[in-house]
Write a protein that binds this ligand. Sequence first.
Ligand code: ADP
Ligand code: MN
Length: 169
Amino acid sequence: MRSKPNILVTGTPGTGKTTTSAALAEATNLRHINIGDLVRDKKLHDGWDDELECYVINEDLVCDELEEIMEGGGNIVDHHGCDFFPERWFDRVVVLQTENSILFDRLSKRGYTGAKLTNNIECEIFQVLLEEAKDSYKEEIVVAMKSDSVDDMNSNVATISEWVRSWRV
Ligand code: ADP
Ligand code: MN
């Protein structure tokens, strides 16, 4: 039994997962694990996908790499997908959501154009990550949070930090 909770922070790219997770880690002393960085640094992938311009994640390698760490508790996992992690890993699943025009600007600034930009905006419009989270975890641990502004982010970090403080097995 873990003594600290594990939290998954998910959502469409650009919704603020990494910024929010970093702030949350600082506020709670939990460990921030950015799956994208982990995959790149530990080569937990099957090569580069030229079309999608990202690594092809090897989900088994990622899960093997994290099993012991997750058993220990106290982790914030930051990833734009959530269906391949073991359900038992997480005590809370946070789905960040951003208004379309705001997300469009953020992703444009990041250099996304064409199909990559459109696909991500559609992903947000159709609430793909919220559906994926609800399909993969018990509904009562899944929480959607608006992430349009810095105020939203601060309030989300405060809410989740409070939840961490009051968490008991
Ligand atoms: P993700 O990890 O989900 O792709 P990031 O955390 O990298 O998103 O955020 C993408 C960009 O949007 C960054 O420039 C970040 O500063 C900004 N950003 C993220 N969340 C918010 C927010 N709630 N309000 C304003 N700007 C934000
Ligand atoms: Mn990120």
